[in-house]
Write a protein that binds this ligand. Structure first.
Ligand code: NOJ
Length: 708
């Protein structure tokens, strides 16, 4: 393959090379323009939209035959026959919509995340999509940022699992197989830490934080052979990610050994002028290509400026060739040269197949997090219930942002889901309006109240300054309680919302996220006990907006904590330092008992091992997620107060006990020291086993060293 690539490069003109490095936008009337470019061998890739939100708008008019026509021009009419690569944002489903990525992370389940990615790729491939801009791997502790929905949350280990599972699901073991796509790890890097949660604002992260928090997920994607990486919009400590040679070339391609290609974000090369590191398009293009951005998305700056830049000696031909080499390498790996066309006769039955919908329901059920339950749940089937609240019949929000070709009409709302599971005769669906909010409907003593947020306030460009539930929704829940009803709140949200004000009025709270096509039915199965909830929060839920940013794995700060608890008289210490619901938290209908803890250092494998038994002592079978946290007690750098380093999701029948062994390798106990070195420092580590980041069942402090 590499020989074929070199041969092609040796035959290409500079215009053809720059064409390969360009991604053009596409709309229903661009067929002539794109076919002409393809024929001239100057069309590397098409973004299947003419907006910056390729997976949020439907590709109206851009049919498979339309795309095959352009492809034919490239493959059959151009001089060298290099195929075009079609890219789009397929983020959490193509037509069958799965829960948003943040919700998928709440499953803590590699196989489910992989399977969801696999289904979405399969469906997207029917639409001639070759390349999805997923997974998004930004680590985020700021729920004001609307794009938190696309992230795996706040934790590097969950980020790594999400990265690997998604890339495996999207690309398979071999991307050239039918139904597989090229994946894109994005947004490299630091985008999830933009100041104030403001989308596209700068990131003030030291190399220390960046490497320890943001890098692991990208590294995991690269280890899984992710085909492409997208450079981020933001700047990092003053340098835009899109012009950062250090991050793109030295770190990503050099140190991490990434051999695919880097694509810029939409117009990000052009935006370098807005970020003040360039004052014209040519300089922007030169900065980006020299930094290591191989393909330019949408703004056309490479094709319009790099020819003269090469002639002026601002960019060397070897830099251009290296970028082309990377793009062609991925096209070969995808099998595009052998199979450039999509089938124009895929039957509509291939979409939203029964097994896809079943998988979407499974993922949605596993993602839901039971936050509160005084015993009211599960409800017995046949219980008379009223489904109330502004989101009782909601559909579009359940799809979430970035829902590609997903249709609201296909969504099962909460009301419909409950009617299906509990019987229509037992279920009165009546969304609250202002007038009837306080009225007693006399139908039932159990109100299932659906609240949350619209998908329109989540996703790209949606930063909000207040994450509290809006006033009328709180009223709605309080009113139900004041009527003497049992209140089960179901929350449909794309981000952590500070729901502190509803907690006292709820008998149970089920966090259902924006859970996709099958969300309403999944929630109903949990409410009526067909499925025992097992989701655990991949992100902290704060008490109030003012606590942001907040994450469980913050730097050591015992002094600050002590100061606030003893000296700060006006704010209760709880409201400052503890979240409403902590990372890793989630209830079950069962009780899981942990016992027989044993720590040992396995010299043969050079790993620390903690074994213990988990017993299901409740009367429902279910899944428990056992979590292992560490703290490096004294290190050369201040280390986080705790860090998740291992976990296992275990299925337990009623009364069943299983032995679990969690292991810690040298890498698990190492960290980046702020000077780019990944170091292990021998010494004492606190190791905790728990049901969440604060519900700890076992703790030990061990002196750990490894043979070199
Ligand atoms: C801008 C977004 O930041 C990025 O995530 C997406 O892939 C591109 N638009 C293309 O839609």
């Amino acid at each position: 393959m590499e020989r074929k690539i070199e041969k092609l490069i040796s035959e290409m003109t500079l215009d053809e090379k720059l064409g390969q490095l360009t991604q053009e936008v596409t709309n229903v009337s661009s067929i002539d323009k794109l076919s002409k470019l393809a024929e001239q061998g100057m069309l590397g890739s098409c973004l299947l939209t003419d907006t910056p939100w390729a997976g949020s708008v439907t590709m109206e008019g851009i049919s498979v035959s339309y795309l095959n026509k352009i492809q034919r021009a490239a493959v059959e009419k151009s001089r060298l026959g290099i195929p075009v690569m079609y890219g789009c944002d397929i983020i959490h489903g193509s037509k069958t919509i799965f829960p948003i990525p943040l919700a998928q992370a709440a499953t803590w389940d590699y196989d489910l995340i992989r399977d969801a990615a696999s289904v979405m790729s399969e469906e997207a491939s029917y639409d001639s999509i070759h390349w999805t801009f997923a997974p998004m791997l930004d680590i985020c502790c700021d729920p004001r940022w609307g794009r938190i929905i696309e992230t795996p949350g706040e934790d590097p280990l969950i980020g790594q699992m999400f990265a690997k599972a998604s890339v495996e699901g999207i690309q398979g073991k071999d991307m050239s197989e039918k139904g597989k796509l090229a994946a894109c790890a994005k947004h490299y890097i630091g985008y999830g830490a933009s100041s104030g949660g403001r989308d596209k604002d700068g990131t003030e992260w030291s190399d220390y934080s960046l490497r320890n928090r943001a890098l692991p997920a990208f590294k995991a994607a690269i280890d899984e052979n992710v085909a492409t990486v997208m450079s981020a919009f933001n700047e990092i400590s003053g340098q835009p990610a899109t012009s950062s040679k250090y991050h793109l070339t030295d770190l990503l391609k050099g140190e991490l050994g990434f051999d695919g290609f880097v694509v810029s974000d939409f117009d990000a090369v052009k935006r370098l002028t807005c970020q003040g590191v360039s004052d014209n398009d040519e300089t922007s293009a030169v900065l980006a290509i020299n930094a290591g951005v191989d393909m330019d998305m949408a703004d056309g700056l490479y094709k319009n400026n790099l020819k003269s830049a090469v002639e002026k000696g601002l960019v060397s031909m070897s830099v251009i060739d290296e970028a082309v080499r990377r793009v062609l390498r991925i096209k070969f790996r995808m099998g595009l040269f052998d199979n450039p066309y999509a089938d124009e006769n895929v039957s509509p039955e291939e979409y939203m197949k029964k097994e896809y919908l079943e998988k979407a329901k499974q993922v949605s059920m596993h993602a839901m997090v039971l936050l509160q339950n005084n015993g009211v749940l599960p409800l017995a089937k046949g219980t008379k219930v009223s489904v109330k609240g502004p989101m009782a019949e909601e559909k579009p929000a359940l799809l979430g942002s970035w829902h590609a070709e997903g249709q609201a009409d296909d969504v099962v709302s909460l009301g419909e889901g409950i009617q299906k599971i509990n019987g229509e005769e037992n279920t009165f669906v009546h969304p609250c309006t202002q007038e009837d909010m306080y009225c007693n409907d006399d139908f039932s003593n159990v109100y299932i109240v659906a609240v949350g947020e619209s998908e329109k306030v989540t996703g790209e460009g949606c930063t909000i300054s207040n994450i509290e539930l809006s006033g009328r929704q709180v009223d709605c829940i309080r009113a139900a309680k004041e009527l003497g009803k049992k209140v089960v709140a179901v929350i449909f949200a794309g981000r952590p919302l500070a729901i502190t004000s509803i907690v006292p009025y709820c008998d149970a709270i089920l966090w259902a996220w924006h859970g996709g096509t099958m969300c309403g039915e999944a929630a109903a199965e949990i409410i009526f006990g067909d499925f025992n909830p097992s989701g655990k929060l991949p992100v902290t839920i704060p008490r109030s907006t003012g606590q942001i940013p907040i994450c469980y794995n913050h730097q050591r700060n015992e002094y600050v904590k002590a100061w606030y608890s003893t000296h700060h008289r006006y704010v209760s210490k709880d409201s400052l330092s503890t979240p409403l619901f902590e990372f890793g938290f989630g209830l079950s209908y069962s009780d899981y008992q942990y016992s027989n803890f044993e720590y040992r250092f396995n010299s043969a494998c050079q790993q620390a091992e903690i074994s213990f038994d988990v017993t299901n002592s409740g009367d429902h079978e279910g899944y428990e997620i056992a979590q292992c946290y560490i703290c490096d007690i004294v290190a050369s750098m201040s280390r986080p107060v705790k860090e998740l380093k291992a976990f296992e999701k275990i299925h337990l029948k009623k009364g069943e006990t299983k032995k679990v062994t969690l292991t810690l390798s040298k890498d698990d106990l190492s960290f980046y020291d702020g000077r780019g070195n990944f170091v292990f420092e021998e010494g004492e580590f606190r190791i905790e086993i728990g049901k969440s980041s604060s519900n700890i069942c076992f703790e030990t402090t061990e002196y750990i060293s490894f043979e070199s």
